[in-house]
Design a protein around this ligand. Structure first.
Ligand code: Z5A
Length: 221
């Protein structure tokens, strides 16, 4: 009905290389929107709390080995299990229901990470996109732009798989080929406060559009 469409929340996705500042900015944006009285939640993928998420976490920590295709599909499954499920008792905690009930979701990494990271290993990009078809399309993708070298200077990388400069260079190239004109690119080398300010502007603008009745859509447009 018109009322529920016009009051839906926005699906905001933050993307970028490791260390670009997604976690910091998600936290700040969440706090700001919450204080302004908006219904908002902060999410991240992978969601390591589910059974699938635990398999992903073990893989990222190098505690298990998986075929590149298999781990790609697990990342995708991890998004599907959070999309929507009419038979789930827990459906109010899922993405579509949240958005329809007016909650804005700030999501740290989404399908674009899935495609960028897996295609950087040599998997075919169209094959990588295929399992994401039908997931909810973000209303806004913000790319926090930083060079792999600059990102590596930020506190160094940890021990997780992918946290290596050469690989991050490939991922940066993959993101470039995925970006389209609808993405908002923010210079992630600015101060945390300046990035936060720019992020707020594009997010508030997008929330307004969703509030006015922009329908939910699906990947890939
Ligand atoms: N992956 C995948 O392969 N397929 C998929 O489908 C998905 C993910 C969803 C786990 O991600 C890995 O999974 C990831 C992609 C892959 N691998 N990599 N690389 P994760 O979410 O667990 O890890 P991450 O995304 O790489 O997050 P991170 O390391 O926590 O980085 P971040 O969130 O972008 O940055 P941050 O923690 O906010 O900031 C990093 C540091 O920089 C910190 O000390 C900050 O204080 C500092 N910082 C932040 N902003 C600034 C500015 N503006 N100036 C100066 N310093 C700053």
């Amino acid at each position: 009905n018109k009322e529920s469409i016009s009051s839906r929340g926005a699906l905001i996705v933050l993307e970028g290389l490791d260390r670009c500042g997604k976690t910091s900015q998600s936290g700040r944006l969440y706090k700001y929107l919450d204080e302004q009285g908006h219904s908002v939640e902060s999410w991240r993928f992978p969601d390591r709390n589910t059974g699938v998420g635990q398999m992903i976490s073990s893989y990222l920590a190098n505690k298990s080995q998986l075929d590149d295709h298999a781990i790609h599909l697990l990342f995708s499954a991890n998004r599907w299990e959070k999309r929507s499920d009419s038979i789930s008792e827990n459906m109010q905690s899922l993405m579509e229901e949240k958005l329809k009930s007016g909650t804005t979701l700030i999501v740290d990494r989404y399908s674009y990470s899935g495609v960028a990271f897996s295609s950087s290993k040599g998997l075919d990009i169209e094959w990588c996109k295929a399992p994401e078809i039908g997931l909810l399309a973000p209303d806004l993708v913000v790319y926090l732009d930083i060079s792999p070298e600059k990102a590596a200077e930020r506190g160094g990388y940890g021990d997780e798989r992918y946290e290596q400069l050469e690989f991050q260079k490939k991922v940066a190239g993959s993101y470039l080929s995925l970006r389209d004109s609808s993405w908002k690119v923010i210079d992630a080398t600015l101060s945390i406060e300046d990035v936060e300010k720019k992020l707020r502007e594009v997010v508030l603008d997008c929330m307004m559009t969703c509030h006015k009745g922009k329908p939910l859509s699906q990947l890939w447009p």
